[in-house]
Write a protein that binds this ligand. Sequence first.
Ligand code: NAD
Length: 333
Amino acid sequence: MKVAVFGTRKYDQDSLQAANVDGFLTFTFIEALLDPRTAVLAADHEAVCIFVNDKCNAEVLEQLSLIGVKFIALRCAGFNNVDLEAAARFGIKVARVPAYSPEAVAEFTVGMIMTVVRKYHKAYNRVREGNFLLDGLLGINLHGKTIGIIGTGKIGLLTGRILSLGFGSKVIAYDPYPSPAAAEHGIKYADSLDDLFEQSDIISLHCPLTDSTKYIIDDTSIKKMKPGVILINTSRGGLIDTYALIRGLKNSHISAVGLDVYERESSYFFADSSAKVIADDSFARLLSFYNVFMTGHQAFLTEEALKNIADTTISNLRSLIESGTCACLVTTQ
Ligand code: NAD
């Protein structure tokens, strides 16, 4: 079976090749993201393998179906970049990797919270330049702070657990589908999302990006938050209205932000953009704040996660070709 793997970096290629032990799949690795201009590169392939920033809208899916693609294998859990209705219309089956390592993202999130509150990134640069002054590095304890987790799925629960049982933070959460496991992870549900906004010193986002969660953080929600609130997003960029975030930073209602994702990240992330002028003004503005710490969608990137992604992707494709379905199928239902 021939698979066109879009948006690949060396680490994707190495992990997929290593997991393809019996050579069941033949990969064509393509650096470019999938979009209406690059879809043609999948000609002669039965499957296309994509990641978070590949564009898989109706136009792309129609092109893929015309050139014979039958399966889309996502190398990630989120599927907000795939038009599932169009995929069904064109007879293309979509599979994903529902959980490759929630620990990787939860641990990264806690590291990001620590970095933002204790300013590791600033200390690192200072010390390397021989500046050992501590002014400007004043932090806060996480012990006793109220941390609000929005979305208590696999990653939200683990993040809450580390903070509650490890740091002694008071962890509260909001999820329209509360988890019975929350209490054993040291997490208590807030009365409502507004209640979480009002109580939390730090808010961390762990819900998927859907029509109902888009801009869950906007001017209205920011106004409900405590003055000096810290926001962390390792989920999806579209959960935050960037203009509202910038307003909240400019008027100091938000005291610090940690972001691993950005709503228009696909123009810059997963590539070396160091010799490129940033044309997106709100992205450039975010990068200019002294109290915004940003990483380039890195939370998933551990050896364990890459191995699980490769193993599940290959098993999804094997199952789709052999039986026409698989346990990780994504449908509109
Ligand atoms: P999950 O499906 O296990 O959990 C998501 C939870 O969000 C569910 O409990 C769901 O009920 C809840 N939810 C849905 N709508 C909500 C709403 N309106 N408000 C609050 N909660 C809501 O997913 P997961 O594996 O925990 O992953 C969470 C998100 O993390 C993914 O959707 C993905 O976007 C992101 N992610 C990011 C990276 C990264 O590298 N930065 C890696 C993996 C996943």
